[in-house]
Design a binder for this molecule. Structure first.
Ligand SMILES: Nc1ncnc2c1ncn2[C@@H]1O[C@H](COP(=O)(O)OP(=O)(O)OP(=O)(O)O)[C@@H](O)[C@H]1O
Ligand SMILES: [Mg+2]
Length: 253
């Protein structure tokens, strides 16, 4: 697989708010390959979202970056080359606008379409994420949709710029297991069909081992290890990874 990006000694610190020395991410060496499905796993606060935001150039202004992040081609534009499904299901949707308008705006800006074409493409996107009655959904405000519907709409918004890379940050953690499985299946099939690179964040190592090409395990801002699901699940090199797997075995994995 072609290399897309190389991180070397990469780190992020959030400044202000007390402890200045705390690094959210530290000394990360990681290669990301074009078209792969890479899962980032690890406990809460381990730096997964921070890394994803850094990749998408979406870090807040009080974040400072260290080390190198070298893209093989030009740095991807957020919303266009790189789509982002935020951890908070409402995060990518404007609460006071019909969801169709939010998606259509991304289509207009990043696919350079006129208003009418953008709305038509929006309905196609809503259909692609398997929402029934796209016209009705497009007119709805975020609060009028169920959690699962909102997550699919957020996915449609992330895909609206026709990205090469999709970052999905815990896209299903707020959903029940049946809807969760359906949304993951959807993300998988859409990214596979389009040859998109998928960066999928989860605290659930069992869940991602079902579909990821590689799993990167994070703890306290550091990359603990990275490997294929077989390597990580059956021959974890690090005690922490074994601990994450054991935690799942305890609940029937
Ligand atoms: N905007 C921010 N300002 C200051 N500190 C932050 C900010 N976002 C995250 N942090 C801190 O950076 C560290 C890593 O947070 P991050 O959100 O990347 O973790 P995470 O692995 O995504 O956790 P979770 O699984 O809970 O989403 C944490 O210590 C967190 O408190
Ligand atoms: Mg997070």
């Amino acid at each position: 697989m072609r290399r897309l990006l190389q991180l070397k000694e990469f780190g992020v610190a959030y400044e202000g708010g007390g402890d200045n020395s705390a690094l959210a991410l530290e000394a990360v060496d990681l290669e990301i390959r074009a078209g792969e499905k890479l899962a980032l796993v690890g406990e809460s606060g381990s730096g997964k979202t921070t890394l994803a935001l850094a990749l998408a150039s979406l870090l807040p202004s009080h974040a400072r970056r260290f080390g190198t992040m070298a893209w093989e081609a030009s740095e991807p534009r957020p919303g266009g080359d790189i789509g982002f499904v935020f951890q908070d299901p409402g995060g990518s949707l404007n609460p006071v606008r019909p969801v169709g308008d939010t998606i259509a705006e991304v289509v207009r800006i990043h696919r350079h379409q006129d208003r009418r074409t953008a709305m038509r493409m929006t309905l196609t996107l809503l259909d692609q994420v398997r929402l029934p009655d796209p016209e009705r959904i497009a007119r709805a405000y975020p609060h009028q949709l169920s959690g699962g519907q909102r997550q699919r709409v957020a996915l449609a918004a992330a895909l609206a710029g026709d990205p090469k890379i999709l970052v999905a940050d815990e896209p299903t953690s707020a959903l029940d297991t049946v809807v969760q499985a359906a949304v993951i299946e959807l993300i998988q099939s859409l990214t596979t069909t389009a040859g998109m690179t998928l960066i999928f964040i989860s605290h659930d190592i069992a869940l991602v081992s079902e579909f990821a090409d590689r799993i990167a395990v994070f703890r306290s801002g550091r990359l603990v290890e990275v490997g294929t699901p077989d390597e990580i699940i059956f021959a974890p090199g690090q005690a922490y990874t074994r601990h994450l797997i054991e935690a799942h075995r305890a609940v029937g994995f």
